[in-house]
Design a protein around this ligand. Structure first.
Ligand SMILES: Cc1ncc(COP(=O)(O)O)c(C=O)c1O
Length: 372
């Protein structure tokens, strides 16, 4: 490992190629490439087992899973969501002709602040779309209480939440809400190159989701809905089965790296680590820090300083979704209404974290942060 190698914010974890080749050979032999083939069936079952859920549908990516969740649950009108996320969260609403209503975030978790949801509910509100940002669970109980009170659906964007367990129930966070989307994109803790899934609560909803992700086909000649093509291919599903065997080791590596960051940065004035030690069992898919005013430079200066030294952090999430042109005209997008999210987007920096990050590489990152 040379000193000059660029360290990226993440690097996809992959099995050795030779472990994947037999599955490829098998796919080549049997010529079933997609449409719910044997690897697709096996991966759905294996993920249900791993995540402790009963109903899960695979998708070609997380965004289509989210778009489909909104269709499957017949969400219309207005949906309350967070501006502090990846842009696909709100885009899934626009693709369904739904108006996003942005609500500010909690300053500790950076997730949608349940205390501010009720004030944003109108007669048009049909659902809440929170995000488990960086894999930190939302306040699922408070959100469900509000949803029950106002008869709203809850759909979680759990793109970051693979393998995250709630600290008080040691169960997967994806069990909450009416549906949860997962992303298996290359940058995620569990990746299938591209891919995603939708977890839902009952067999009837899963059936509808499965029809919707296959153009609305129920059988050869029957189409029941204007569905889309969201199917995961056999290639991605076969890779997923191998990745699932590696994911616990990958999560353990991430935890080690996170602990090292936390210990090394604890006494650095002006750097605030977001995860608390006694929080939920998160997956450390990201290692976000907030650059406070008493750090010697601001976030952007630090970001560029690191880049000049070959360390690529990521300003994630920046800009806020509500600042993008297709959203900024909405009344709820005004920065004055979203002070916590606006502040976090200006201060946040995600540090490199991935299973193959070596100790000397991490030491380089830490030295740069401590030496600023
Ligand atoms: C919070 C969030 N939502 C949605 C997505 C979209 O998922 P995908 O890339 O699998 O479509 C991502 C990541 O890419 C994400 O980080």
């Amino acid at each position: 490992m040379t000193e000059s190698r660029t360290i990226y914010v993440t690097q996809p974890d992959l099995p050795p190629l030779e472990e994947f080749l037999p599955s490829l050979q098998d796919i080549w032999n049997n010529r079933t490439l997609t449409n719910g083939g044997p690897y697709h069936v096996k991966l759905e079952q294996a993920l249900c087992g791993y995540l402790g859920v009963e109903h899960l549908s695979l998708f070609s990516n997380g965004t289509l899973a989210l778009v489909t969740a909104l269709q499957a649950l017949r969400i219309t009108g207005e949906v309350i969501t967070t501006p502090y996320s990846f842009v696909a969260t709100a885009h899934s609403l626009l693709w369904n002709g739904i108006k996003p209503v942005f609500v500010d975030i909690d300053p500790v978790t950076l997730n949608l602040d349940p205390a501010q949801i009720e004030a944003a509910i109108t007669p048009q509100t049909t659902a809440i779309l929170p995000v488990h940002v960086y894999g930190q669970p939302c306040d699922v109980k408070a959100i469900q209480r509000i949803a029950d009170l106002y008869n709203l659906r809850v759909i979680y964007d759990g793109a970051h939440a693979f393998g995250v367990r709630m600290n008080d129930e040691s169960q997967s966070v994806v069990r909450h809400g009416d549906a949860t989307m997962l992303s298996f994109h290359a940058t995620k803790v569990f990746n299938t190159f591209e891919g995603g899934a939708l977890v839902c609560q009952d067999a009837k909803t899963k059936r509808r989701i499965d029809h919707l992700k296959n153009f609305g086909f129920v059988d050869e000649t029957t189409v029941v809905a204007p569905g889309i093509n969201g199917k995961m291919s056999e290639f991605n599903a076969a890779l997923g089965l191998l990745q699932l065997q590696r994911v616990d080791a990958a999560l353990a590596r991430r935890r080690e790296i996170a602990t090292r960051y936390r210990d090394a940065l604890a006494d650095v004035r002006g750097l605030r680590v977001l995860f608390s030690r006694d929080g939920a069992e998160t997956n450390y898919g990201y290692f976000p820090i907030l650059i406070e005013p008493d750090y010697p430079m601001d976030r952007d200066a630090l970001y560029w300083r690191l880049r000049e030294s070959g360390v690529n952090g990521r300003r994630y999430f920046y800009p806020l979704i509500s600042n993008f042109p297709m959203y900024r005209g909405l009344p709820s997008a005004a920065p004055s209404k979203l002070p916590v999210a606006t502040d976090a987007a200006a201060r946040v920096l995600c540090l490199p974290i991935y299973p193959s990050l070596t100790e000397p590489e991490q030491a380089r990152v830490i030295d740069l942060l401590r030496g600023a």
